[in-house]
Design a protein around this ligand. Structure first.
Ligand SMILES: [Zn+2]
Length: 145
């Protein structure tokens, strides 16, 4: 029997989109406990006991005092664990990535404020729930696998 290949966590991917001049990262941890440890090790203090995944913009990640003072074209990191990778969570966090990108492009001049707040959080929950319902319905009816 072939020996399973050892995987070293966190697995980190640079996420580049076709026409974007910048990129974001995703860091995948083995489980939620490892995710929490990893966030703490990165100095990210806004995780709560309920945190299942988290998007951190580069500005706060590098602990810059001035919003918009980016040092690279990497605008955000999504922290995930294998425990929580369902459609709703991935969609929810994708909203935060999209918003982080919008802040990066517009240098934080947007209606939703200069950082994630309750309005963005509500939007992310709505869109995550909508996407989960959509995917489940399409899957149950054989339109997608
Ligand atoms: Zn959120």
């Amino acid at each position: 029997m072939a020996k399973a290949k050892a995987v070293k966590y966190p697995i980190i991917y640079e996420m580049r989109r076709g026409t974007w001049n910048d990129y974001w990262r995703v860091a995948i941890y083995k489980n939620n406990a490892a995710l929490k440890k990893g966030l703490k090790a990165e100095g990210i203090v806004d995780a709560t006991p309920d945190t299942l995944a988290l998007v951190h913009s580069t500005a706060s990640y590098t602990k810059k005092l001035e919003w918009g003072d980016f040092t690279s074209s990497m605008f955000a990191t999504l922290f995930l664990s294998l425990d929580n990778m369902g459609t709703e969570i991935l969609c929810h966090e994708s909203v935060h990535i999209g918003m982080a990108h919008e802040r990066f492009i517009n240098r934080f001049k947007m209606e939703y404020g200069d950082q994630c707040g309750t309005n963005e959080e509500r939007l992310a929950y709505y869109i995550g729930s909508v996407m989960r319902g959509l995917v489940e319905t399409l899957r149950e009816n054989g339109h997608i696998e």
